[in-house]
Write a protein that binds this ligand. Structure first.
Ligand code: 9YW
Length: 449
């Protein structure tokens, strides 16, 4: 299917409405992930939000990242949710009970796990935008990079050490939520070994109140496992070593690893350009070393048969062969040109974006040709605009601008009704989950810039 360039009127309407959504979701120092379903700041959402806002206001974009860093733990971890304000979101701070953790930050309540490290990718894009604009924007952005370089490095080092203690080159996640793809079939096999115990505190889900059809969300059995892992993290006092010794779910995540590799290279680039991170601490060199280790880990995980990267269940030692979009992790971190070309063709071909049943040729979360594909269930098949953006970004970076532009144009066509939904039914094109989702509006702005 070919998709065309949006008209000037459509571009104007879409960017106006996207800006309006971000403005409406702005709570001053931070942006809520969505108006009612997610009334807090989510870590990887904040990265996408910042890069979208930067197209309109560089200072406001930098504030988003500054606000996120206010939640950084003493370990370097950036938590997956910052609870700046009270709400009825579940699981809230009373469930996370991070007061048991010595490393928690002062002054802001947070969750106790993390999300994919997209932030420095966003920051380097903001810096690029700011330099194009020049003047005060450029000065502010360069100053911000100088000011926060060590915090980003600490974040990356946390992932590279506490979450890869044996130097496999894959970042270990302790909860499916840490992947950002909560109920993805990537995690079905490791979750089969997660056994909630009767002493887990009871719970009432809040997410189902926001959707018309519960089949668009994870099941109750899945949810109980999610909360059991939270309980295990609390009982380990959020100490990664203690959790590793006792927790049910420990998996090497290829998408997180590839993002860490790409972000580490970009951090090193920014450090070199601005003459920071040299010094005795050698932040630039440390970043390059992290990038190399995780790039190697991701490339080693690729299945020769499918050409897709695979997560590794560190409890069972098994590779997880699932046709999810995370399999394209090597596109994000690069390092093997033949594989990049193979993945480009696969991604645009009939098992993925070119699948005949898709309404729009946009990256689906799971291949429609896979037996695991479920067209309206959350991360089991629907299209998430941010994933499409990530793959377009990766293709551009890999020297594949035409392929990247195909994804960009298809993504814009999908968003043309300006609902900016959380995810999309890939066959009918219907909007699913929350409307006015901040990161969806943000990537639209970036695609239009
Ligand atoms: C939840 C906010 C988050 C995203 C996750 C996505 C979903 C639900 O929404 O999580 O309650 O945390 O899976 O990737 O960051 O948009």
């Amino acid at each position: 299917m070919t998709v065309s360039q949006p008209s000037a009127v459509e571009i104007g309407l879409m960017s106006g409405r996207a800006g309006y959504v971000l403005r409406a979701n702005d709570r001053g120092a931070f942006t809520v992930a969505s108006p009612t379903l997610y009334p807090h700041m989510w870590s990887w959402d904040a990265g996408f939000v910042a890069l979208g806002i930067a197209t309109v206001s560089v200072p406001r974009a930098l504030n988003e990242l500054r606000s996120l860093l206010s939640g950084q733990w003493a370990t370097g971890m950036i938590p997956h949710i910052l609870f700046h304000e009270p709400s009825d979101y579940f699981p809230g701070p009373e469930r996370w009970r991070t007061q048991v953790a010595a490393a928690r930050p002062a002054g802001v309540l947070t969750s106790g796990i993390c999300q994919p490290p997209i932030h420095v990718i966003a920051l380097s894009r903001i810096l690029h935008d700011a330099r194009r604009k020049g003047g005060a924007d450029q000065e502010l952005a360069e100053e911000f990079v100088r000011e926060t370089f060590d915090s980003w490095l600490a974040w990356h080092q946390y992932l590279a050490t506490a979450r890869d203690p044996y130097s496999y080159g894959l970042v270990e996640i302790h909860h499916g939520w840490e992947s950002g793809m909560d109920d993805s079939p990537r995690w079905d096999s490791p979750y089969a070994n997660v056994h909630p115990q009767p002493d887990m505190p009871p719970f009432v889900r809040a997410d189902l109140a926001h959707v018309a059809d519960p089949s668009q969300r994870p099941s109750d059995a899945e949810y109980a496992r999610y909360l059991w892992l939270v309980e295990q993290k609390v009982r380990a006092r959020y100490d990664d070593t203690a959790y590793r010794a006792t927790g049910d779910f420990v998996v090497g995540d290829v998408l997180v690893s590839a993002l860490l590799a790409a972000a580490s290279d970009l951090l090193a680039d920014m450090g070199e350009e601005l003459g920071i991170g040299g010094g005795t601490a050698g932040g630039v060199e440390q970043s390059r070393a992290i990038a190399r280790r995780f790039r190697t880990g991701v490339l080693r995980s690729v299945s020769p048969q499918t050409g897709l990267a695979r997560d590794l269940d560190l409890r069972t030692g098994q590779w997880l062969d699932v046709e999810s979009a995370a399999g394209f992790a090597p596109l994000l971190c690069g390092g093997d040109e033949a594989l990049t070309r193979r993945q480009r063709d696969l991604l645009l071909g009939p098992r993925w974006c070119g699948h005949s049943r898709l309404r729009w040729p946009v990256v689906p979360s799971v291949s429609p040709a896979s037996p695991a594909f479920r067209e309206q269930t959350y991360w089991r098949g629907p299209q998430w605009p941010v994933l499409n953006w990530l793959m377009a970004w990766a293709l551009n970076r890999s020297g594949e601008p035409e392929a990247a532009n195909q994804l960009r144009l298809a993504g814009l066509s999908q968003l043309i009704d300006c609902d900016f939904a959380e995810y999309y039914q890939p066959v009918t094109g219907e909007t699913l989950g929350s409307r006015d989702q901040s990161w969806t509006a943000a990537i639209a702005l970036d695609f239009l810039a």
